[in-house]
Each structure stands twice: as C-alpha cells, then as structure tokens.
Design a protein around this ligand. Structure first.
Ligand code: GSH
Length: 211
C-alpha cells in the first residue's frame, strides 16, 4: 500500500496547518520536505502552481496516483473527513459562517498585511507599523472572538474547544507575533497571547515541527 505523500515546507504556515490536521486525524503519510527555491519535479508534475503543501493520495487497488489536493484548507478537510476525534469540524450551525469568515479574512486580508509587515523592506511605500496596523484589524476581531469563548485553560475562536478554525489561523498569528515578539507580548491582545501560547506549546504543534 502506498501511503499518501505530503509535499511540505517546514515553516510554511499553510503546510503547518495541513500537517497538524493530518497528524490530528492519525493518518499515516510520507512527508517530503521541499525547498521552495528548488521544488522537486515530482511535485510540479502533479501541481504546476508550485505552492506547498500538496497532498497526493494513491488508489488502494492500483497504487496509481489518485487524488491531488493543492490547497491547505482542502487538505485539512480531507484529513478530518477521515477521522475527527475531537470534533474539529463539528461546529454549532450558527458558528459556521463566522468560522468561514475568519479563515477567509486570515487567508486574504490578514495574510497580505502580514507579508508586508514581515517583509516591509520590499514594500517601502509605507512603514512596517502601517502594515502592522492593517494586520491588527484582524487581531482585534480574533481578540473579541476569544473573549467570548471561555475555558479554564485558554479561550478558543469558535466555541469552548479547539476547532479547525483555531488551527487554520494560528500559524499565521504566530508568524506575525515573531516579527517583533516584544511588541506582541506588550500588545493589548491578552487573550490572543494566551491562545498563541496554548497552541505553540501543544503536543500536536510540536510534533509536526520536529526536524
Ligand atoms: N492557497 C495555498 C497557499 C500556499 C502557499 O502560498 N504556500 C507558500 C509557502 S508558505 C508557497 O508555496 N509559495 C510559493 C513559493 O514561495 O515559491 C494553500 O492554502 O495551500
């Protein structure tokens, strides 16, 4: 039997969330760490757009390549469709729209501001602080969400437990925090700081970051 292959780049936030969902679902897979500067031909052959992560699944019967999934969110959903032990995908109906909206804002507006803040020298039209303020609009939304969902240990974005939404967004907030960790730690986003700490000290995150 041919295990699914995940083409991944260790520090890529999209790849991190895909690896977390696959590990959470307990799926056995073969990890292929790629260099973004020198992407392997086998990966580009199945996914010419050339972004990580890419998941390749093989038919059980023929061992032929069977499904290629080129978007990290789709890989997360593929994983939890197979096994979802803590109901990451099982959200209260009224929360579904919020969850989708948060992930979409993360992947578009927030990601763009994050890149500009992180690589501010490539976007000299404005200061790093300007881009950070753009990103903070989303941090404020997250902070408000977290305030609403209390637990004893930490707060989560959608309800009183970790769901796919937390995992989909956390690697990006982590990236932003470490651009200037002193700023982040002294920022007013207290719940977000706790939430980030909870996720980055979790066994799951540390498992998928192992070298
Ligand atoms: N929408 C894609 C985005 C993936 C993505 O942009 N990954 C980055 C790495 S973090 C990438 O591969 N960039 C191409 C490159 O740097 O050549 C997804 O969710 O999987």
């Amino acid at each position: 039997m041919h295990l699914p292959i995940l083409y991944s780049f260790r520090r890529c936030p999209y790849a991190i969330r895909a690896r977390m969902a696959i590990a959470y679902a307990g799926i056995n897979y073969e990890l292929k760490e790629v260099s973004l500067k020198n992407k392997p031909r086998e990966m580009l052959d199945i996914s010419p757009k050339g972004t990580t992560p890419v998941l390749q699944e093989f038919s059980q019967l023929t061992s032929q390549s069977f499904v290629v999934i080129e978007e990290s969110l789709d890989i997360m959903n593929w994983a939890i469709a197979q096994n979802d032990p803590q109901n990451w995908g099982d959200l209260p109906d009224e929360s579904l729209a919020i969850a989708n909206h948060l992930i979409s804002t993360n992947d578009h507006e927030f990601k763009q501001a994050l890149d500009r803040y992180k690589y501010a020298n490539r976007f000299p039209e404005r200061s790093p602080e300007f881009y950070r303020q753009q990103a903070e609009e989303f941090l404020q939304v997250l902070e408000m969400q977290l305030q609403q969902n209390h637990t004893f240990t930490t707060n989560f974005l959608i309800c009183d437990r970790q769901t796919l939404t937390d995992v989909a967004i956390f690697p990006f907030v982590r990236q932003l925090a470490y651009v200037d960790i002193d700023w982040f730690r002294s920022s007013p986003y207290i719940h977000l700081q706790q939430w980030l700490k909870w996720h980055e000290t979790s066994a799951l995150f540390n498992l998928v970051m192992q070298k």
